[in-house]
Design a protein around this ligand. Structure first.
Ligand code: 5BU
Length: 260
């Protein structure tokens, strides 16, 4: 079972270079925490990452919510990634036809393909989306987290949709880093990474349908490899201390999972 295999061993089972890097970072830094920096000020994001960079393996951005976006911000973000050894995931949730996605991925103001190690994408529009992302990434080492399930209540993803998504991903072993999903049964390939959002220690939900689970539940029961925490850290009074708490709690759960 993939969830009982330690990250070190899963490195060689990966066929995507970003998955290999991420497994390696998690094993070395002993953290499976992904921070979702959902802030609208680039200086606040940089300040926050200076404080919590040591605790995270991955930072997840929504680049289109930033009000003072600049190329300089991207430069600083990349520098912090190098300094603290974390990767960058742009949670763009691409969903259009392949041709449009290839433009959204590499053009416009954000030029996501130039700086994001990996991106998220929906399977809704069909395989063309992976073909397009694959073509754009031919030159560098890039990855895609494919959306197989969502955390929000009432979302329209069915079991059949999830299964078809996993089958579609299997055709692109070089490109797929893993799945954004909620359950360990969703896929079995140990070379792929389960990224799970919807985690908070002090809250069960927000006002707009987000559903939160505990670290124990998502890592031990539901098979999460990398765990996304946003407001649990970002909106807390002391994000630095909170990041350390999430990191320790999540890593303990992972250790329990692979040793038991
Ligand atoms: P939160 O503050 O921990 O609720 O933030 C969760 C983040 O994960 C936020 O950026 C969402 O866009 C993202 N997310 C999610 O919450 N649920 C999902 O199913 C997917 C992404 Br896919």
């Amino acid at each position: 079972n993939r969830v009982n295999i330690p990250f070190e061993k899963r490195i060689e089972l990966s066929t995507n270079s970003i998955a290999k890097q991420l497994f390696n970072i998690m094993a070395t830094k002993k953290t499976n925490l992904c921070l979702s920096v959902d802030l609208t000020s680039s200086t606040k994001i940089i300040d926050l990452l200076e404080k919590v960079g040591e605790h995270i393996c991955l930072v997840k951005t929504h680049i289109d919510i930033i009000e003072d976006f600049s190329d300089n911000f991207i430069m600083q973000l990349k520098q912090l990634g190098t300094k603290f050894n974390f990767l960058i995931l742009e949670d763009r949730k691409f969903a259009d036809i392949g041709n449009t996605v290839s433009l959204q991925y590499s053009k416009g103001i954000y030029k996501i393909s130039e700086w994001a190690d990996c991106v998220t994408a929906h399977s809704l529009s069909g395989e063309g989306i992976l073909k397009a992302l694959n073509t754009c990434t031919n030159t560098g080492s890039k990855g895609v987290f494919f959306l197989a399930e969502m955390s929000s209540e009432g979302n329209l993803i069915t079991h059949e949709y999830t299964e078809a998504t996993v089958r579609m991903a299997a055709k692109y072993p070089d490109l797929i880093t893993g799945f954004v999903c909620q359950k360990k049964e969703t896929f079995s390939n140990p070379g792929l990474i389960q990224l799970t959002p919807g985690v908070q220690l002090d809250s069960l939900k927000d006002d707009f349908g987000q559903v939160y689970n505990t670290p124990e539940k998502v890592v031990l029961e539901n098979g999460a490899d990398v765990v996304v925490v946003g407001r649990g850290i970002v909106a807390s009074k002391n994000p630095e201390a909170q990041a350390a708490i999430y990191k320790d709690t999540l890593w303990k759960c992972y250790m329990k999972r692979v040793s038991g």
